[in-house]
Design a protein around this ligand. Structure first.
Ligand SMILES: [Zn+2]
Length: 252
């Protein structure tokens, strides 16, 4: 008994990172929000302006769940492919201004390898207020990564496309291992790490949930939590995070 008490407590690196993120965003005034993992097509795709014929809706990419007729269910459900669905549910029930984050599990129907799993974690953030711009997004992301990585990092935006934002950007952070010098394997010699997708909330998405896009603006961002864990702790295979192998956990 005495011996057992002496053993150190090990916290899974994913749990560690999610706890850290929650604390940082909470300190920055964001509300932590949770939502269902079993979603409907409307919240996961339609309300987010994802076109009806978008390949993400395909059987190959999404786990579709047949309705249980014994419970009177109608229409297929799906395992959410992104935590953005939670933003829609939050906006349906809250009046702006607000800022929220929703970390959680997401699911993709794909073959697994060192960089892909069928289940992984996203963290999504949303801010809706008056007079919001990309500059506010950039400073929020900057502050988060400075606190999260406990070092000063540079943030750069590259234009990109996501149906629910306009304009959309990919966010790179200067490599925290080689300090952006491009001299390490972690960043593949580029000096930058791709860490998030983001953008200004598409007016269609705001209008869909009854928020007047002429009066209110918003930004949203989302990142893969597993990728952050893998970069921070230099773990090279995502499957290790879900293997239940104590040899991994016992290192933390
Ligand atoms: Zn590097």
């Amino acid at each position: 008994m005495q011996e057992q008490e002496k053993k150190p407590i090990h916290i899974h690196p994913l749990t560690r990172v999610i706890d850290d993120m929650n604390r940082i965003f909470f300190e920055m005034g964001f509300t932590l929000v949770d939502g269902p993992e079993l979603e409907d097509e409307y919240h996961n795709f339609d309300a987010l302006n994802v076109p009806k014929d978008h390949p993400a809706r395909d059987m190959q990419d999404t786990f579709w769940i047949k309705p249980n007729k014994n419970f009177g269910e109608k229409g297929d459900k799906l395992m959410r492919t992104q935590t953005s669905a939670v933003q829609i549910r939050f906006m349906e029930n809250n009046k702006p201004p607000f800022k929220m984050v929703c970390p959680g599990k997401v699911f993709r129907n794909e073959a697994t390898d060192a960089r892909h799993e069928a289940m992984f974690h996203h963290c999504e953030g949303l801010l809706v207020a008056k007079n919001v711009s990309l500059a506010d997004l950039k400073s929020t992301i900057n502050t988060f990564f400075d606190k999260f990585l406990k070092k000063n990092v540079d943030v750069r935006f590259r234009t990109s496309y996501f149906p629910f934002v306009e304009p959309g950007v990919e966010i790179d952070v200067s490599c925290f291992k080689c300090k952006g010098e491009g001299k390490c394997q972690l960043c593949g010699g580029s000096g930058w790490l791709e860490l998030a997708g983001a953008g200004m909330v598409h007016p269609k998405v705001l209008n869909e949930v009854g928020i007047d896009s002429n009066e209110w603006k918003g930004f949203a961002f989302g990142f893969g939590v597993d990728r952050l864990v893998m970069l921070k702790y230099e773990i090279d295979d995502i499957r290790l995070l879900y293997s239940g192998d104590l040899r991994l956990v016992n290192q933390f």
